[in-house]
Design a protein around this ligand. Structure first.
Ligand code: MTE
Ligand code: MO
Length: 308
């Protein structure tokens, strides 16, 4: 396996206290996750046994209600309210993720094993989206590289391709053609191996709400929101650059890299500012969403206007 060398995320991006999930409460909660979608926190049966999180970003945290009530999850409809209304139809137990392609040990892993085998630390990430709105969400997750290591990628693995579940019975908008289903995304191997690239299984101390991508989703904090694919069932280690669903649909509008970049316009809108959902205020968008110190080196020598 090729060796990737990255320092661990700086302390400001991780809560000082590593918060391990109470596995039993997670397991008990997985089945209830669908029913609980949209309920206020206190009413949810699937709380994770996590300590309150200290602030590790100076931006204000988005409320749970907004973070779970204003979403993009096209499988359930194209309006921001559709996921909260319809995602309860998604059955997340049982669930497994298949890892295939250029790996010495390809295979499948169930969500229970993911929850029990990987160190789940609660981290706060600033998460800003291509629509020019931003959320600050305390994700619970672990680095994607830890999962990939288990399947032992070969040196032919240059990119990682991700796929969401395809099941129109549960995801009714997959009957339509808003996207060439299933939703697909991709990362270059070094992006996938970066310690800031997370697989998230919860947020705000709870099992992931369905509308936010239960039971497992990607979080790539320096890229626009659409890279953070939800409800993943397939991970493929490939040698050619994959084409994401958005890139396939509108190649002039959505590139493969999708790094947050206020200097690069979307053809139909500028991307210099974002509207913070917690107060509706507009602020300047930071290059790489403020994570330049950690990730800018990945793109050294690349023209980010060409490679948007
Ligand atoms: N499978 C799937 N994943 C998806 C999407 C989607 O429509 N389907 N939308 C993306 C977009 S455009 C954004 S902005 C984020 C939104 O994540 P959030 O609802 O947790 O804020 O999810 C991303 N992941
Ligand atoms: Mo988005």
């Amino acid at each position: 396996m090729p060796r990737y060398r990255f320092s661990e995320p700086p302390a400001r991006l991780i809560t000082p206290k590593s918060v391990l999930l109470n596995r039993r409460s997670v397991m008990a909660g997985m089945g209830a996750a669908g029913l609980a979608a949209g309920l206020p926190r206190a009413g949810r049966a699937d709380s994770l046994d996590a300590e309150p999180w200290p602030d590790s970003t100076d931006d204000t945290q988005t409320s749970y209600e907004v973070a779970t009530g204003y979403n993009n999850f096209f499988e359930f409809g194209t309006s921001k309210e559709d996921p909260a209304e319809h995602a309860h139809r998604l059955e997340t137990d049982p669930w497994s993720v298949e890892v295939s392609g250029h790996a010495h040990a390809p295979g499948e892993i169930g969500i229970e094993d993911i929850l029990s085998d990987f160190d789940l630390e609660e981290r706060v990430y600033r998460h800003r989206c291509v629509e020019a709105w931003s959320k600050v969400v305390p994700w619970i997750g672990f680095p994607l590289k830890d999962l990939l290591a288990r399947f032992d990628p070969t040196s032919d693995a240059k990119y990682v391709e991700f796929e969401t579940l395809y099941d129109p019975d549960q995801m009714p908008n997959q009957e339509g053609d808003d996207i060439d289903w299933p939703y697909r995304e991709g990362l270059r191997m070094d992006e996938a191996m970066h310690p800031l690239t997370l697989l998230a299984v919860g947020m705000y101390g709870e099992v992931m709400p369905n509308q936010n991508g239960a039971p497992i989703r990607l979080v790539v904090p320096w890229k626009y929101g659409f890279k953070s694919i939800k409800s993943i069932v397939n991970i493929r280690l490939v040698s050619e650059r994959p084409v994401s669903s958005w890139e396939a649909r509108a190649p002039r509008e959505y590139g493969f890299y999708a790094n947050v970049n206020p200097e690069v316009r979307h053809p139909r809108w500028h991307q210099a500012t974002e509207r913070r959902l917690h107060d509706g205020g507009r602020i300047a968008t930071e290059k790489f969403n403020g994570y330049g110190e950690e990730v800018a080196h990945l793109y050294e020598g690349m023209d980010l206007t060409e490679n948007f």
